[in-house]
Ligand binder design. Structure first.
Ligand code: NAD
Length: 696
């Protein structure tokens, strides 16, 4: 079967895009479309052409299997294909069902007319990969629909539905169930009515009102709202070019901006992130063919912060969940929190009342293990205490049916020890969710020494079902994310001891692109959590686990962050906005004096380098120890769970873009400073730097 099939139905030619799974516009398909159009044009019996997709889409856009291969660049390019379609002397109709995205929508915009099935998704999502529609989309869309709506579509990258799309995007919604029949009828009608060959390239841009003011406002909005992201300002340039210049000149602007973006580090980082997330689903010794268990019923032990959030994640995906606690009032509190969370989403208009009711109805409660014995998956989210975990896992081992997967949400405890409390360690695994668990995308899937491949494959599949990004981690203190974070935080603590104020550290890292600085983040999570970890680690390894005591002093004051109204920052009247506190500035300055450190000015660059390179160095150790399967998995953890800026591609990718040699050189410099012992490069990092190689 060819990538584009050609058939003639009476007097109308039909070119069917057929490149599963989503008719990606790979080379063979591009060539096939051109051949189809040429054949139709040459056939005197054909009066019109319909372009339609086979299977699940009109077209999902570029064929990502072709990325970075010569085929992607082989002629005809998509721009050439579209020029041929648009230049055809017979009407060409795009018949769109399900999905027309990226290049797929650009192709449809090159057709003279568009008919769509209801609820088809139309989008130009290139912005999400740090690029822009490069096959004329930025020039044709503002000629098809209002330029304001066109700009919004390209800046958000989000789909609009065909039957609710801005006027001009589609000409007709197919009235029947058979899109092809409707498209044929539509094409015949166009011919009978002698409708003109409507070429968007020849149309005027639709923009009402003052163009200059509109673009000035758009540039400002983008500069503020998309700081650091490379594509949005250039998309504005292109739409402005569409307004100001003839089509071909505008297309040249598009071309130039597109190429600059493709070459930019930020866009490379975003594309890296996209592929990294896909790669994370692959486990070398657990092939896709590994059998999985069916997960139809879920139980959760502990209805606290995490248990509640995890329950919501499952209910959101339509799975029934039973929450188990020891006391009824704990269950009542847990359910009430969930109800409030859903109600807040309803109040924001992002969830309907019936949908909320449906999700609440999926939740049930239990006080005894008997009630959950037939759950296929049980996730423990009780207190972070080995004794409590032991009692829970012994009871689970007694109670649960054979084959049920026993997962722990522990953040720091040894999953292998937890597994050893049962007689079925092969069924035990870590599922480390992030708070709030119904929102955060990351799920670290912790593979114990005895975890079976079947259990691992099943849990990775479950991650997908509940729309999480599963990343496999080996067992170690803190797994991938928190183990690295510990070194990052340590540098942040030292920086404050040496002369920076907490708000300066936070601001430098936030300006660099992190969603939040370390101290605001800890205030949000609760300072008591970090305090507890520091105490434990100091006791376990006093030689190495050195932390300045200034933050402990803050904790000793009962300042645990947002929940107590004060932490490193103050939070007036229940607000969540951190406000620097002069009392803490005095405490910090006094502390430095007490330990005999003369405070000095610390530059923002040093703040960023020390915090980020600390992540990189620990990441390298995690990689060489085999805790992470690949460098890009570490990037995915940071991008999906820690607010790392997407356009930096994750810590390991970022280090690659800086150059590992430069990273190691900076570390050597910091090694000469106070607490320099933390700057010994990981063996892997030192080796790659010496060989001029990268992590990725
Ligand atoms: P939490 O204190 O909010 O909730 C714990 C719940 O477990 C409480 O409702 C408690 O009543 C219940 N519980 C205690 N012992 C029990 C038992 N024997 N049987 C049944 N229920 C019992 O704590 P949390 O923040 O939800 O943390 C739970 C787990 O998740 C911990 O292991 C923690 O390390 C981990 N975790 C927490 C976070 C976070 O940000 N809070 C993130 C990831 C993982």
């Amino acid at each position: 079967m060819s990538a584009a099939e050609y058939a003639v139905h009476g007097d109308v030619a039909v070119v069917t895009l057929n490149n599963p799974p989503v008719n990606g516009l790979g080379h063979a398909l591009r060539k096939g479309i051109v051949e189809g159009i040429e054949r139709a044009v040459a056939d005197p019996n054909v009066t019109a052409v319909v372009l339609i997709g086979a299977g699940n889409a009109f077209s999902g856009g570029a064929d990502i299997r072709e990325f970075n291969t010569p085929a992607a660049a082989a002629e005809p390019h998509l721009r050439q294909v579209i020029a041929i379609v648009e230049g055809a002397p017979k009407p060409v109709v795009a018949a769109i069902h399900k999905v027309a995205m990226g290049g797929g929508l650009e192709l449809a915009l090159g057709c003279h007319y568009r008919i769509a099935a209801p609820a088809a998704q139309l989008a130009l999502p290139e912005v999400k990969l740090g690029i822009l529609p490069g096959a004329g989309g930025t020039q044709r869309l503002p000629r098809a629909i209002d330029a304001r709506a066109a700009l919004d579509m390209m800046l958000s990258g989000n789909p609009v539905l065909s039957d609710r799309a801005p006027g001009g995007l589609v000409d007709e919604i197919a009235p029947g169930a058979d899109l092809l029949q409707d498209a044929l009828a539509f094409a015949r009608r166009l011919v009978a009515e002698e409708r003109p060959l409507r070429k968007l390239r020849d149309q005027k841009v639709k923009l009402e009102g003052d163009a200059a003011a509109f673009f000035a406002e758009a540039r400002q909005r983008v500069a503020k709202g998309s700081r650091g992201f490379p594509a949005p300002p250039r998309i504005v340039d292109c739409v402005a070019a569409a307004v100001e210049l003839p089509f071909d000149e505008g297309a040249r602007v598009e071309r130039e901006r597109y190429e600059a973006l493709v070459a930019s580090t930020e866009s490379k980082a975003m594309r890296h992130a996209f592929f990294a997330e896909r790669a994370a689903a692959k486990i070398p010794d657990v092939p896709d063919t590994t059998p999985t268990r069916q997960i139809a019923k879920v139980a959760i032990i502990g209805a606290g912060t995490m248990g509640g959030g995890i329950a919501m994640a499952f209910a959101n995906a339509g799975l029934p969940v039973t929450l188990l606690e020891l006391k009824q009032d704990a269950l009542d509190r847990g359910l009430e929190t969930i109800r409030k969370n859903y109600a807040a989403t309803v109040a924001k208009g992002r969830l309907s009342e019936p949908e909320m009711a449906k999700r609440m109805a999926l939740l049930s409660t239990a006080l005894a293990y008997d009630a959950i014995r037939d759950a296929d998956l049980v996730i423990e989210a009780v207190f972070e205490d080995m004794g409590v975990k032991e009692s829970v896992f012994r009871r689970l081992d007694e109670a649960m049916k054979a084959g049920s997967i026993l997962a722990t949400n522990t953040s720091t405890l040894d999953v292998n020890r937890i597994a050893a409390f049962t007689r079925r360690p092969q069924d035990v695994i870590g599922m480390h969710f992030f708070s709030p668990a119904n929102v955060m995308r990351l799920l670290e899937v912790v593979r114990g020494a005895s975890t079976s491949k079947e259990v691992l494959a099943t849990v990775m599949k479950v991650a997908k079902t509940i729309r999480k990004t599963g990343v496999v981690s080996g067992v170690c203190d803190g797994f991938i994310g928190n183990r690295m974070l510990e070194e990052y935080l340590r540098q942040a603590y030292f920086l404050v001891e040496e002369g920076a104020l907490p708000q300066q550290v936070d601001k430098a890292l936030q300006d660099w692109g992190l969603a939040m600085g370390p101290f605001a983040m800890m205030d949000m999570a609760g300072q008591d959590i970090g305090w507890h970890v520091r105490k434990r680690r100091r006791a376990e390894d006093p030689e190495r686990q050195i932390y300045p005591a200034w933050l402990d002093r803050i904790c000793e004051l009962g300042r645990f962050g947002q929940k107590t109204g004060k932490g490193v920052y103050q939070y007036p009247a229940g607000s969540r906005t951190p406000v620097p506190d002069p009392e803490i500035e005095q405490l910090v300055i006094g502390y430095s004096k007490e330990i005999g450190v003369e405070r000095r000015t610390v530059g923002d660059q040093q703040i960023v380098e020390r915090c980020i390179y600390a992540l990189v160095n620990e990441g390298a150790k995690i990689l060489e120890e085999g805790i992470a399967l690949r460098a890009s998995d570490i990037d995915t953890v940071y991008l999906t769970g820690y607010g790392f800026p997407l356009y930096r591609g994750g810590p390991m990718f970022y280090a690659d873009t800086v150059g590992l040699n430069s990273v190691v050189a900076a570390m050597a410099n910091y090694a000469k400073g106070r607490n320099g012992q933390f700057w010994k490069p990981a063996t892997l990092l030192a080796r790659l730097a010496a060989e001029g190689k990268t992590f990725n």
